[in-house]
Write a protein that binds this ligand. Structure first.
Ligand SMILES: *[C@@H]1O[C@H](CO)[C@@H](O)[C@H](O)[C@H]1NC(C)=O
Ligand SMILES: *[C@@H]1O[C@H](CO)[C@@H](O)[C@H](O)[C@H]1NC(C)=O
Length: 468
C-alpha cells in the first residue's frame, strides 16, 4: 500500500510536468482551493499538500482530477518539502540533498499553460489567480525548506540565516520610511538621491541620470509609468514580485498605490538596484551617442525582460532611427508561454524596432556562456543567475575583456562575490564599485551613504571606459 502510494507520487511528479492545462482549466482548478487570498494559507497547508490523496469526490464545482493535473506537481513538491522537514523535527536528521532539491523546485515552480481556446486570452488572468492564492505557500516553502537544509547541513554557510535577517531588516525599513521617503521625493525631486535607511537626501545623482529626464504624462489605468517611460502592469509589479528581499525601489510604488496617493515619478532611490540603473543607462547612452547599434545580453531576464527592456528604452531615447538594437534574454524558468514578455514588449516598443531574442536553455558553464556571446561585441552583459554567476564566469574574465564593454553582475554568496572580483581584476577589468551579497556597506567606497542590499552587485568596465 505504502509502495503503491509512493509509486503514484513518482508518477505524478513525472506526468504532471508534461500534462499542462489550458488557462481555462487552471481557473477551474483553482476553484478547488477555496481559501481567500488574504487568509493565511499555511493553516490550510496540511490538507492542501495532501490534496490529491485526500480529495476523491467532486464537490461544490471542484473537480479534483483537474486540480491534480494542473497543480498536482506543485502540491507534491510542497508535500515532499514538508515531509523532509518533519523528519528533521522528529529525528534531527533528513536527506539534505533531497530537501534542497525539492525546496529549490518549489521556489522555481512556474505555472506552465497550453494555449486556451482560441481568442480567449485568459493566461494572464489564470497566472494572476494562481499567484494570489499560492504565493504565500511558495514563499513559506522556500524559507522553511532552505532554513531546514542549512540547519541540517553543518557544511553550508549560513546564507539563509543572513537572508532571513536581511529580509526582516528590509521589510522594517520599507514600512518605517514609506511616508518620509514619499515626502523627501516630493520636496527634493531629482535634486538628490533618497536613502530610505537613513531617511536622507543630500548626495547628487550620478551624472548619467541627467541624460534621462523623467517622461511626462499620466500612466494608463492599472499600470505604472517609470521615469524612462516604461509602462508596467500593476499586478505584475505588485503581486508577482513582492518578495520581501526585493529592493525597496520595487516596493515603494506599490505601498504608495495602496495608500491612494499620487505617485511621484523620479530617478531611482538609493538601493541595490541604483547601480544597475546607472549601468544600463550608461551603456545605452554610450552606444547611442557613438552612433553604434546597441547590444545587451540579459542573463536571468525574468518573465518581463525587465533590465533589457529598460536598456532598450533608454537607448531609443538617444539613438537615430537607423541605429539597431539587439537584446538577448536568457531565462530558463520564468517565461512560461511568453505571453507576459510579449505583452510587456508590445506595450513599450514600436513593433520591430528592437530585436529581442530569447534563449531558454539553462546556462551552467562558462563554455555555454562563451558560445552564446561569441560574435560581435556587447555593450552590456547583465548577469543575475542565482548563484550560477560563479561557474558561468570561471575562467572567462580575459575572454570577456575583448568582447564586452561593461559587465553588471549580481552575486548570491559572499565567497563567490569576492572570487569573481579577483578574477575580473586579474584579467584587467576595472571594478569601480561593488558591494557583497547581503551586506550593509553599500557604495560608501565612492562617497555615498551605506544601505542594505540582498544580492551583491559588481560593475566592471574596460579600463579605458569612463564608468558612469
Ligand atoms: C537522498 O535523496 C536522493 C534523491 O534526492 C537519493 O538519490 C539519495 O540516495 C538519498 N540519500 C539517502 C542517504 O537516502
Ligand atoms: C532534483 O532532482 C531531479 C530528479 O532526481 C533532477 O532531475 C533535478 O535536476 C534536481 N534539481 C535540482 C535543482 O537539483
Amino acid at each position: 500500500m505504502v509502495q503503491l502510494a509512493r509509486c503514484q507520487r513518482v508518477l505524478l511528479l513525472a506526468v504532471s510536468a508534461a500534462a499542462v492545462c489550458t488557462p481555462e482549466e487552471v481557473l477551474q482548478a483553482l476553484r478547488c482551493f477555496d481559501f481567500q487570498e488574504e487568509e493565511n494559507i499555511n493553516t490550510y497547508s496540511e490538507e492542501l499538500l495532501d490534496f490529491c490523496e485526500a480529495m476523491r469526490a467532486e464537490h461544490g464545482g471542484c473537480v479534483p482530477q483537474l486540480a491534480c493535473r494542473c497543480l498536482g506537481e506543485f502540491l507534491e513538491i510542497g508535500r515532499q518539502v514538508r515531509s523532509d522537514l518533519a523528519d528533521l523535527k522528529n529525528h534531527l536528521e533528513t536527506n539534505i540533498s533531497r530537501l534542497r532539491n525539492f525546496t529549490d523546485r518549489a521556489t522555481r515552480w512556474q505555472l506552465h499553460m497550453r494555449p486556451g481556446s482560441p481568442g480567449s486570452g485568459r493566461a494572464h488572468e489564470a497566472r494572476l489567480a494562481f499567484w494570489k492564492k499560492f504565493m504565500p505557500l511558495k514563499r513559506s516553502l522556500h524559507w522553511t525548506g532552505s532554513l531546514g537544509a542549512t540547519i541540517a547541513d553543518d557544511l553550508a554557510p549560513d546564507i539563509v540565516g543572513l537572508a532571513k535577517m536581511g529580509s526582516e531588516l528590509l521589510d522594517y525599513a520599507k514600512t518605517k520610511s514609506r511616508q518620509s521617503v514619499y515626502e523627501l521625493q516630493l520636496s527634493h525631486g531629482n535634486g538628490c538621491i533618497v536613502n530610505i535607511f537613513h531617511e536622507t537626501c543630500d548626495k547628487p545623482h550620478f551624472r548619467i541620470f541627467h541624460a534621462f529626464p523623467p517622461v511626462h504624462g499620466p500612466a494608463t489605468e492599472e499600470r505604472f509609468l517609470d521615469f524612462l517611460g516604461i509602462s508596467n502592469p500593476v499586478e505584475g509589479h505588485c503581486y508577482e514580485t513582492q518578495l520581501a528581499l526585493y529592493a525597496p525601489s520595487r516596493s515603494f510604488e506599490c505601498l504608495w498605490l495602496h495608500q491612494n496617493v499620487p505617485l511621484p515619478r523620479f530617478w531611482p532611490i538609493l538601493d541595490e538596484e541604483y547601480l544597475e540603473w546607472a549601468d544600463i543607462l550608461s551603456s545605452s547612452f554610450d552606444a547611442a551617442s557613438h552612433r553604434r547599434s546597441f547590444r545587451m545580453a540579459d542573463i536571468g531576464s525574468g518573465a518581463y525582460g525587465l533590465w533589457a527592456a529598460r536598456a532598450a528604452k533608454a537607448f531609443l531615447r538617444h539613438a537615430e532611427p537607423w541605429q539597431g538594437c539587439k537584446l538577448l534574454l536568457v531565462e530558463p524558468f520564468e517565461l512560461g508561454d511568453h505571453s507576459v514578455l510579449q505583452s510587456h514588449l508590445a506595450w513599450n516598443f514600436p513593433e520591430g524596432r528592437c530585436n529581442f531574442v530569447v534563449h531558454e536553455e539553462m546556462l551552467k558553464s562558462s563554455e555555454q556562456l562563451k558560445a552564446l556571446l561569441d560574435g560581435e561585441p556587447w555593450d552590456l552583459v547583465d548577469i543575475d543567475a542565482q548563484g550560477y554567476e560563479h561557474p558561468l564566469l570561471k575562467g572567462l574574465a580575459s575572454w570577456l575583456l575583448g568582447r564586452v564593454r561593461r559587465l553588471h553582475i549580481s552575486t548570491h554568496d559572499r565567497w563567490k562575490h569576492w572570487e569573481i572580483i579577483g578574477w575580473l581584476k586579474d584579467a584587467g577589468w576595472h571594478v569601480p564599485v561593488h558591494y557583497p551579497t547581503l551586506s550593509t556597506s553599500g557604495m560608501t567606497s565612492i562617497g555615498l551613504e551605506n544601505f542594505l542590499n540582498a544580492d551583491g552587485h559588481i560593475t566592471a568596465v574596460l579600463p579605458t571606459l569612463a564608468w558612469s
